[in-house]
Design a protein around this ligand. Structure first.
Ligand code: SF4
Ligand code: SF4
Length: 73
């Protein structure tokens, strides 16, 4: 059975660098086009959390430690 995952992205820590977007094997992260954080960056957001496998690549690559990954049993 495939592992199910969930992530949270702290929008205030995010600088919209796109690294997590590129690294996600399921392409379920994108940069918001219409939201800004307090520092004026477009933050990353998840588009289809049901496809997350908790691989944690997004969290590992994020230079600002903005992503937390949870693995569901
Ligand atoms: S944990 Fe893996 S599958 Fe889930 S959003 Fe991050 S990179 Fe994508
Ligand atoms: S890698 Fe981190 S800082 Fe860069 S867009 Fe993703 S969440 Fe934001």
């Amino acid at each position: 059975m495939a592992v199910k995952g969930k992530i949270t992205i702290n929008a205030e820590l995010c600088k919209g660098c796109n690294l997590c977007v590129d690294v996600c094997p399921h392409k379920i992260i994108e940069i918001s086009k219409d939201r800004f954080n307090q520092r004026g960056h477009h933050p990353a957001l998840v588009t289809d959390i049901g496809k997350c496998t908790a691989c944690a690549l997004c969290a590992v690559i994020c230079p600002d430690v903005a992503i937390t990954v949870y693995k569901e049993a």
